[in-house]
Design a protein around this ligand. Structure first.
Ligand code: SAM
Ligand code: SF4
Length: 445
């Protein structure tokens, strides 16, 4: 039940559970991919390729990415990705048919690669893993400076169904404050080039909570985005993390900033709801008249994820695994260099085992954080127990905080609007003690 305290609304963005900071080097002998995948379902896999390169390092960004990659490094990187893809395909074996349901290229900025390199990336994905990129939803992230006509045309031709561009703010002073210098005119022309491709889904990322941002300037960014009638919009609350550009100069989060972000969130949500969008999760909004083409959030919600590249995670039902991870530029460089020198990709090196208890938490977390909520029967069918019996303390507390929708239809566990607004405070409360301890012990580097 409630301990009387309302948790901070912005603790962490739960886009995957367990978080990568809970992964650890796996003790020797590291498990072979062949053993890990042997008994896994392989008929609806997701493919994710991670490109850890950008033109600039934005002040807010703690993603695994580096700047200033010379041509020979991107070539070496794709060479390694090719070797890794071949090793993964071999590990999947021939016993069961291998089929992919979705694909995504993320980063970093995949369109940092040239059109010819993007072509090679598509070839590697198709020839090595067997995915047919034109037959599955394919989402690709891009940025204003790298969304050039030749790259976008290549991606459209190879089957991209969704192009997602980080704009963050249409207000130049805010972009500067977020240490993401960009000209409004360049953003608008990149959006024009994306629309010219005819790729069916355009997603625009915006950030709220930037220094100097007010409701008026937030509205002007929202309206500038809405003018493009994007099929999807992601509204991200600004986080300032250790070792990022902003983390080095900004004071730690305080109550006033929390309140300001909550106000801007509500403002943005209401504006999008008034303009023909539905809310899918705290961050994601979809135009109600746009045909859904793929998963709501390709950021790895399911088991059966094949991640390629050195920042990508892979998921089997029992193990989530990846490579080493860092935020600091020097560390990132050395991890990428080590990846490009790797010859043997047949084992999982860093990861976290997901037992039955963690699988329950993961299911609850990832469905409860969707605006549509979680059908209780689906949970019961999968786990043979009730979520109310498995998580009495957590769900009781959410209820007492007014975070559960009391008017939800029978059999549906759904967040109230306030619960959804507090997704980033509520999610971490569902982390297990051992995941929490591992995350707390993780030393940012
Ligand atoms: C991989 S990036 C998008 C593609 C491309 N690299 C770009 O920046 O244009 C993913 C998105 O996460 C969001 N993001 C990253 N770090 C964030 C932070 N610290 N606070 C809020 N949003 C953040 C940004 O909106 C960003 O566009
Ligand atoms: S926000 Fe995008 S462009 Fe900026 S550093 Fe992060 S991944 Fe790169």
């Amino acid at each position: 039940m409630s301990d009387g305290t309302t948790p901070r609304p912005y603790r962490s963005y739960v886009y995957a559970y367990p978080h990568k900071t809970a992964y650890r080097p796996l003790p020797a002998p590291a498990p072979s991919l062949a053993a890990l995948w042997r008994d896994e379902p392989k008929d609806a896999l997701s493919l994710y390729a991670h490109i850890p390169f950008c033109e600039v390092r934005c002040g807010f960004c703690n993603l695994f990415t580096r700047i200033g990659a010379p041509d020979e490094l991107t070539t070496r990187y794709l060479d390694a990705l090719d070797r890794q893809a071949a090793a993964v395909r071999e590990a999947l074996g021939d016993r069961d048919p291998v089929r992919f349901a979705t694909a995504a290229f993320g980063g970093g900025t995949p369109t940092f690669l040239t059109a010819a390199e993007l072509e090679r990336l598509c070839d590697i994905a198709e020839k090595r893993t067997g995915v047919d990129l034109r037959a599955v939803p394919l989402s690709v992230e891009t940025s204003p400076a790298t969304a050039t006509a030749d790259r976008l045309a290549l991606l459209a031709e190879r089957g991209a169904t969704r192009l997602s561009i980080g704009v963050q703010s249409f207000v130049e002073a805010e972009a500067r404050a977020a240490v993401r210098p960009q000209r409004r005119a360049d953003v608008e022309s990149a959006l024009g080039r994306i629309r010219d491709t005819g790729v069916p889904v355009l997603n625009i990322d915006l950030i709220y909570g930037i220094d100097g941002q007010t409701e008026e300037t937030w509205r002007s960014s929202l309206d500038a985005a809405l003018a493009w009638r994007p099929e999807e919009l992601y509204l991200y609350p600004l986080y300032v993390r250790p070792l990022t550009g902003l983390g080095r100069i900004s004071p730690a989060a305080d109550r006033e900033w929390d309140e300001r972000r909550l106000r801007l969130y509500r403002y943005g949500r209401d504006r999008l709801l008034d303009h023909g969008y539905e809310q899918v999760s705290m961050r994601m909004f979809r135009r109600t008249d746009a045909a859904p083409l793929g998963p709501d959030d390709y950021a790895c919600q399911t088991d059966g994820m094949i991640g390629l590249g050195c920042g990508a995670r892979s998921y089997t039902s029992a193990l989530h695994y990846s490579f080493d991870y860092a935020v600091d530029m020097r560390e990132i460089r050395s991890i990428i260099d080590a990846y490009t020198e790797t010859e043997d990709f047949s084992r999982a090196e860093v990861g976290r085992w997901v037992d039955a208890g963690e699988a329950r938490r993961r299911h609850l977390l990832q469905s409860l954080l969707q605006a549509a909520g979680m059908p209780v029967a689906g949970y019961e069918e999968r786990f043979g127990s009730s979520p109310f019996a498995d998580f009495p303390g957590e769900l009781g507390r959410f209820e007492s905080l007014g975070w559960l929708d009391e008017g939800a239809p029978e059999g549906l566990l759904r967040l109230s609007p306030e619960g959804l607004a507090h997704s980033d405070g509520l999610g971490p409360e569902l982390f297990s003690p051992s995941v929490r301890a591992a995350m707390a012990a993780y030393e940012p580097k």
